[in-house]
Structures are given as structure tokens and as C-alpha cells.
Design a protein around this ligand. Structure first.
Ligand code: ATP
Ligand code: MG
Length: 368
């Protein structure tokens, strides 16, 4: 039986629709990441799950029971809010020990739990400190430890790794996920960080304008996006607008207004349909143009090369199309320079095609 069902939730704040027919089913013990731009309704969604916000309509079911009208306390769900509130007068240890004490768990196992949580967030040495003596990131980790030690079966984490530096953030991803799995928790984890979601989630829910627009495994969401927006939000994509000129079981060909043709995977679209082709920047490649090069799909001029450490991103101006980007391994850095003429290509199976969204492409691709 699924643990949490959000069924057609709607919530409006003074004319602002924060949830617009939001539905989501989360399995027992699943780790789900909610990914979406700012203002998309992520926090509102979490608050409705734990009972802090009451939906205008729709239902929340937990373990098959309708809890829509139940109080926060009766739901067995703990939310780590975006503004983690620690008890300022209690030291770190007692903050984390808060729920075990209230719930009167046996002293020995409580101590054990609190210790392992503090260990997980690397703050055992700060057990005696007060929250006010800690940095923002340390406080956030304490709040996370406290949420994990709450004894709730369902954990709602709103940007739990936000204030941490990049290295710690990456380490904690693994530890948080394995801790949640070990404890058999069901987690909903809100993040802005697509890498975090891809790495941590069993499933990712992409939310936009109060609706879930895709719910799938990280691989599905990354490689088979449901909309052009998802294609560009979860791993940046090149976006090409045109018309389908060929659609067969082998693939789709999209032609731009300027007459350039680009290959993509098979689709339901028919010849003549207006279409949007997307291909991940990381799946886009470039090559030196040579006589009879069959693989390049278009030719352009390198405008910029951005050094990123392990990778470099090359921006190529293509006449009639605009700027396309390609991510290359670092060893290619010396090989190309701005001004070079290069062929751009990709494996057709790596490119998706979508019907033109009714609101037009600009509205679809907006990131807010
Ligand atoms: N209590 C409230 N009163 C009025 N408007 C609200 C309230 N809570 C949320 N909203 C509005 O609802 C929309 C969704 O807000 P929400 O906080 O759920 O977004 P979010 O996805 O969590 O964004 P962020 O990534 O910035 O945290 C926003 O337009 C916001 O202004
Ligand atoms: Mg929020």
C-alpha cells in the first residue's frame, strides 16, 4: 500500500495558486525529491502533507487513511522547515534528544540514536554547544539530526542541505539517504539542486506552477523528460524550434525556419507539426569540420569556452538557430579556440521532441 497519496490538492493564497491539482503517490520507504523553481509550490506541498497548511480542496491519505482534516501531531510526519527552528536554550545534544525524551523512549536506545545522528552530521564534538554558538550550516545539520531522531515514519525535508558548503553537501547526500533507508523512513526532500535530486532520489517529482509535471526515476526524468521545461531544468539542454519534416519508427527530423535539419528519437508527432527539440548540453558534441563529415548536424562558430574544471562548455553560434552549447572533457580545452568553425552533433536517440507548448516556447522555458 502506498504510504502517502496526495489527491488533486488545491491551495490558493490571495489569488496566488500554490497548488493546482497536485497529485502524487509515494511508496512506503521511498525517498522522493521534489525539484522545481522558486515559487513553484514545493513548500506548500510539504506543509499540506504534514498538516501545517490545509488544502482548499483535495485529499491527503497516509497509510490508506484520509488525514486531510487531522492535526499535525496525529500524522506521524516531521517537517524540517526551510527556516529550521532549534531550541535556543537547549544545547545541541538536548535539541536532538527532544523527541526521544517527549516520547519517553528507553534511555539507552535514545542515547544511541542521538549519538549516531550527531555522528552522521559530523557534530559529535559540539554536543554541549548552544545553537547560537554555531554557524548557520552547523545549525542546519543539528536540525536535520533532530528531525531524523524524531521517531516519525515520514520525514519532510525542505532544502535540508541548503546552507552547507559544496563538499559537505555532497558527503551528506549519501549519508542522509542511507540513514533514511536504514531507518525505513519515507522521505520527501525538496531541493533546488538537480544533482542532489538525481543522486539521492528513488523518484523525482518535478513541480511547476503548483502541478507535478513529471514523476519518475532520476534516469527517466533526466533522459526522457516529459516537457521541454523538464529537459532544460534537470540538466541543461539546447532547445531548437522548428517543424517536423520526417517522423518514422527510426526517428524524427525537425527542420528550423532557416531550413536546417536536426535528428531526434522517434516521436508521436507527424510531419508538418510545430515541434521543440531538446538535447542535453552534456550529450552535445563538436568536431573539427572535415571534407564529407557525415556526423555533424550543423556548422557553427565557437563564441566562448568556459572552463569548469573536469569539463569545459563550448558555446557555438549557429546561423538561423542561435547559441548551442556542448560540454566536453577538460582535455579538449586546448583543442578549440573562439572563432573556430566546428560541426555540432549528437546521437539522435539523445534528443527529445515535443509538440509546441500552447503558451509558446518562451513561457515554457522560463525558469521562474
Ligand atoms: N502563507 C502564504 N501567504 C501568501 N502566499 C503564499 C503563502 N505561502 C506560499 N505563498 C505563495 O504560494 C506560491 C508557492 O509558494 P511556496 O513557498 O510553496 O514555493 P516554493 O516552491 O517552496 O518556493 P522556494 O523554492 O522559493 O522556497 C508562491 O507564489 C508564494 O508567494
Ligand atoms: Mg520553499
Amino acid at each position: 500500500m502506498p504510504e502517502i497519496i496526495l489527491d488533486d490538492l488545491r491551495k490558493e493564497f490571495d489569488g496566488v495558486v500554490a497548488a493546482d491539482g497536485l497529485s502524487l503517490t509515494i511508496g512506503d520507504g521511498e525517498y522522493v525529491c521534489i525539484l522545481g523553481p522558486t515559487g513553484a509550490g514545493k513548500t506548500t506541498c510539504m506543509r499540506m502533507v504534514c498538516g501545517l497548511t490545509k488544502p482548499d480542496s483535495g485529499r491527503v491519505l497516509m497509510d490508506g487513511r484520509d488525514v486531510t482534516d487531522d492535526s499535525v501531531d496525529s500524522r506521524n510526519a516531521t517537517m524540517l522547515s526551510q527556516t529550521y527552528a532549534l531550541f535556543p536554550h537547549l544545547n545541541v545534544y538536548d535539541n536532538v534528544m527532544f523527541a526521544p525524551r517527549i516520547k519517553e523512549w528507553p534511555e539507552d536506545s535514545s542515547k544511541q540514536i542521538v549519538r549516531s545522528m550527531l555522528h552522521m552530521v559530523h557534530l559529535e564534538q559540539k554536543a554541549e554547544w548552544k545553537p547560537g554558538e554555531l554557524s548557520g550550516g552547523q545549525q542546519q545539520r543539528i536540525a536535520l539530526a533532530r528531525a531524523l531522531a524524531s521517531g516519525s515514519k515520514v520525514l519532510l525535508l525542505d532544502e535540508p542541505l541548503r546552507a552547507l558548503d559544496a563538499r559537505l553537501r555532497i558527503n551528506l547526500r549519501k549519508e542522509l539517504r542511507s540513514m533514511a533507508k536504514e531507518m525505513g523512513l519515507t522521505c520527501i526532500h525538496v531541493t533546488h539542486d538537480q544533482d542532489e535530486a538525481l543522486e539521492m532520489a528513488d523518484k523525482i517529482a518535478v513541480i511547476r506552477k503548483g502541478r507535478i509535471i513529471q514523476f519518475g526515476t532520476p534516469r527517466e526524468v533526466f533522459e526522457d523528460p516529459a516537457t521541454p521545461f523538464v529537459a532544460n531544468f534537470v540538466g541543461r539542454s539546447n532547445v531548437i524550434v522548428g517543424r517536423v519534416v520526417e517522423s518514422t519508427p527510426e526517428g524524427t527530423i525537425v527542420e528550423t525556419q532557416s531550413g536546417m535539419r536536426f535528428p531526434a528519437r522517434p516521436s508521436d508527432l507527424a510531419a508538418g507539426d510545430e515541434a521543440v527539440l531538446t538535447v542535453k548540453v552534456g550529450f552535445t558534441k563538436i568536431t573539427r569540420m572535415q571534407e564529407g563529415q557525415p556526423s555533424a548536424v550543423c556548422v557553427g562558430t565557437i563564441e566562448r569556452i568556459l572552463y569548469e574544471g573536469v569539463t569545459v562548455t563550448v558555446e557555438i553560434a549557429v546561423e538561423g538557430v542561435g547559441l548551442l552549447s556542448a560540454k566536453l572533457p577538460n582535455r579538449k580545452y586546448e583543442e578549440y579556440s573562439p572563432g573556430d568553425s566546428v560541426g555540432v552533433y549528437w546521437m539522435p536517440d539523445k534528443a527529445s521532441v515535443f509538440p509546441m507548448p500552447p503558451e509558446g516556447i518562451e513561457d515554457e522555458m522560463r525558469l521562474d
